[in-house]
Design a protein around this ligand. Sequence first.
Ligand SMILES: [Zn+2]
Length: 136
Amino acid sequence: MSDVTAPKVRKSDVEWREQLSPEQYRILRQAGTERAFTGPFWNSKEKGLYRCAGCGEELFISDTKFDSGCGWPSYFEPAKPGAVSEHRDTSHGMIRTEVRCANCGGHLGHVFPDGPPPTGLRYCINGHAMTFEPLG
Ligand SMILES: [Zn+2]
C-alpha cells in the first residue's frame, strides 16, 4: 500500500544533523519554532524564491508574501499545489494546522485561516526552515 503523503526524501537523523545547522535541525526535524522577529526573512521584501532548507524544494514565492506583523515570514499560498503538506497539531493546548515540506517532511510552521485575499490563509513559516534565492 502506498502512502501519497509520505515524504520522498528520507535521511537518517545523523545525516540531517550533519547537513543542517543546529537551528535548522531543531525546527525542521524536531518541530521547533524560532522566536518571533529573530529569524531570517520575516521583514524581507526582496523578489525571489523561498526553498526548503532541508531538501531545496520550492516552497513559497515572494509575490505571495505579506506583512502579517507576527514576526515570521508569512505567505497566502505555497509556490505550487502540493509543495507543503498539512497535519493536525494539538500540541501546546491548541488545535492548529502544522505545515511540512511535502518533499522531505521537514516542519515549516503553521497555517491559519486569518490571511489576506485571495486565499484567506496565512502560512506562518520559520525563516530558518528556508533558504532564499533572489530572482531577476
Ligand atoms: Zn524539504
